[in-house]
Design a protein around this ligand. Sequence first.
Ligand SMILES: *Cc1c(COP(=O)(O)O)cnc(C)c1O
Length: 442
Amino acid sequence: MTNSKDYSHIIDCLRTKSRCLWLNERLFPNCRPDQSILAGIADAGARFKRCEPLLAAVFNELGPTGGRIESPLTNAGKLAACSPVTAPGAWFIKRDDLLPVAGSIKARGGFHEVLAYAEKLALDHGIINPTSDRRCLAEEAARGLFSAHKILVGSTGNLGLAIGTLSAALGFRSEVHMSADARQWKKDRLLARGVAVVEHQGDYSAAVATARSLMKESDYFVDDEASALLFYGYATAALELKMQLHAVGRKVDSQTPLLVYLPCGVGGAPGGITVGLKAIFGPDVHCFFAEPVASPCMLLQLCSGQTGPVSVAEIGLDNKTEADGLAVGQASLFVAHRIQEMLAGVFTVSDDELYENMALVEKHLGFLPEPSAAAGLRGPMWLNETEAGREYLRRHQIVPDHATHVIWTTGGSLVPELQRIHYRNTAEMKIRSLRSGLIART
Ligand SMILES: *Cc1c(COP(=O)(O)O)cnc(C)c1O
């Protein structure tokens, strides 16, 4: 199935932490999700809709938007002409860093799963019926019920932030198991809301495994490695993007295709969005993931062609990266199986490049994404400036000038000022040393 020469070449690149673009040989451009997945996405959209009044009642900051969990699509034309990321086509940024309350893409999946669980408990206990106003879930009876249940989750930071924040707001007890990569400010934010935060020395997979093992009868575990509810929550972003592209007059068809670049950790968020986009745009959308050179778990899983789990440790990688949200050594098999024929490819990003990307976004677009959220920025460059990328464009008859690029920035608006300053300083330092390195070499 996999050309063994290409396979060993890509494994060599990964082993040495060289940046690379991997193209998925099993991509089937016309592949669309099956009926059960479509039904799951439709359910998630309906759940968000009926829970908007509830979310608006629970979070003050959602008052103005009536409880909608949505992010803006903004023009990023300034980046198109900007070395070294430059590439032709129309550029947009999907600003999930601005998603309300949770400040990251995890609001989509995480809120959806907590809402689904709250609804189910309340239905089972006769507190609501299927057509009840969901604001009932913020009233005494529901809160009393929820306080007898605990929600557990393992996270590198942002999922815990999303799950913990909504769980606490609805009156659940919650326990967030954070990997060693998790930033202190994310833990502090949860502690301030009364969420139990358990710190682990190990990585994300270990934190998830512990959380899973601690679950008791009345508890609920949000399984980031295998949750359909998270996946469908993320997928609802596709319809939102479709309406936003329409509003700015960007048609998506075979002449003017859509290229989307998504940072990937365990795979739930970018995988759900990929499946959602494939359901809407079919062969006219091309989804690429971005992963750190130390944690290319989805690339490795998909290119290995194996049905069982494959870890980056098996090829000697340490899973150590500044992109805390992407520090995952083993991809979700649940997701890998669902996107195997839908994903166009994966490119990898070094930590230096992440900081350079962050600085570029801040300079040209005026906001600072967190490191994970800046991973997708070089996607258009990979396709236009490398032989493999241009071959992909030719094979799929994509005229570079006619492409619409959407780069997903996945988190960062809640980063506290001190951490922000630290990010900026690090970016400046890296850029300076990269430059002097260049000068030294010439
Ligand atoms: C979690 C996360 C991702 C990736 O989502 P996965 O579901 O883990 O693949 C990307 N960016 C940020 C900022 C994240 O927190």
